[in-house]
Design a binder for this molecule. Sequence first.
Ligand code: S3P
Length: 184
Amino acid sequence: MKDNHLNKNIILIGMSGVGKSTVGRHIANRLRVKFADTDDIIISKTGETIDCIFKQYGEDYFRNLEKKVIKDISKRKGMVISTGGGVVLDISNIYFLKKCGVIFLLHGSIDTIFDNIRPTMLDNNRRPLLKEGKDLKNRIKELYLEREKLYLTSADYIVNVDKKSTSVIGEEIISIFKNLYSCS
Ligand code: S3P
């Protein structure tokens, strides 16, 4: 099987700030396959920012859009897919993602997530849930604890991202994937 004929998708899940999109792009470039970010699809379909969608229509509305995007994208194969941090909240998302690919959880400490998110927090319009509350680190902790079990049970593989470069993380995932599907 050739790299560009992958039958399954490589799917990245995890909290905001663990590097899903950056790592996903790296993997897609290396394997010369397509990359999709489900938040980007929602933004381009609606023509609105994620902040706006949450503010105007509420979280449930966003989750429904997310659900539709996941269902649609699960019909495709041979891609790298980066998902929004809340994708695990709906069990049907995980059902569709598992059917079409291998789910990698990017797992980082609260400090790693905080350090990655803090510099762009002010001009970022994609993470309204992290703007709730006064203290960013506490909010990250709170969201993580709410979801920890869901992340761990949804993942086929868990990849730690602490103190690792994008390429180290990406290569780790590629190596696991290649071993599974001997696609080199
Ligand atoms: C969310 C994470 C965001 C985005 C939306 C909701 C979440 O994506 O989907 O703001 O519930 O954790 P990132 O994980 O790319 O930040």
